[in-house]
Design a protein around this ligand. Sequence first.
Ligand code: NAP
Length: 318
Amino acid sequence: MSLGKHLSKRLADGHVIPVLGFGTSAPPKVTESDVEEATERAISAGYRHIDTAYIYQNEKAIGRALQKKMADGAVTRDDLFCTTKVWSTFLRPELVRTSLEMSLKKLQLSYVDLYLIHFPVALKPGEEMVPKDAQGRVVSEQVDLRATWEAMEACKKAGLARSIGVSNFNCRQLELILNKPGLQYKPVCNQVECHPYLNQSQLLSFCRSKDIVLVAYGALGSDSGKTWRKRDDPVIKAIADKRGRTPAQVALRFQLQRGLVVLAKSFNEQRMRENLQAFDFQLTSEDMQSLEGLNRNWRYFPETSFRDSPNYPYFDEY
Ligand code: NAP
């Protein structure tokens, strides 16, 4: 099955995004060639939406995989939807385009489909992705996110990004952008952690009211030890058994039926294909209600490295 435009969602700026994306972040022990091969296999399996980021340090490997699949005729550039993100050390407005140009060079692309502000906290620019002071505290800095957003708009206007959006923003931070005087383009999406134990219902209804698509990451419980996936949550398992599906497929289907775009990372070919089959079945409204009832506001991504920043904690704020 190919996740072409029929399995896509229209964004507020008129572009379309495939509703199931291939996640590419992996622990440092995973080699560049593993990422490259996994991305090639994902495209062969049918994924068209590839999610990466400057900080994942895998853009070169992904670029090689994309080029290979385009060269062998499996896909064209138009078939692909490629997302990357500007990291926190590049949030000063004058650095946003530089970061995108570096990403594009590594990806061997002339534009990305979606460019996101990765995280709403700016860190001191420099070589270190997470700069620390002598006491080991993260060195953040004050950058007006509205100025960063204007630089994102300039990237879109220059044709380097088809769509622009944000990640890990709360409602207040979204409103800051939406209410910016002279706003030219609003964020088309907000990519956030979202799964049955963190269903983001409040943020989701806010985003719906503003025509901002919520993109779910960590939808399979990520690699964390305390996941429902590894613990086999009895409710998810019972629904999966009833429908003849796996818990992972139920978790992905749950997000699709709520109208989200969902990312799934697997470098294992069988699980990659299993995740694509989230399109082949329906959950009933009772199933959906039971899944909504599992929320317990559990985060697998506490972003502990940002705890010293003046903007932290912010996740659970409005
Ligand atoms: P995830 O997709 O929730 O889970 C990935 C884990 O689930 C991996 O350990 C994978 O192992 C396993 N898995 C995949 N399919 C499975 C299946 N069918 N059955 C059982 N286990 C399965 O985690 P994630 O990578 O943290 O999030 C997805 C993507 O979102 C990332 O790759 C990244 O692109 C993006 N992301 C964005 C942010 C942000 O701040 N914007 C943060 C985190 C992630 P195998 O590989 O061995 O199958």
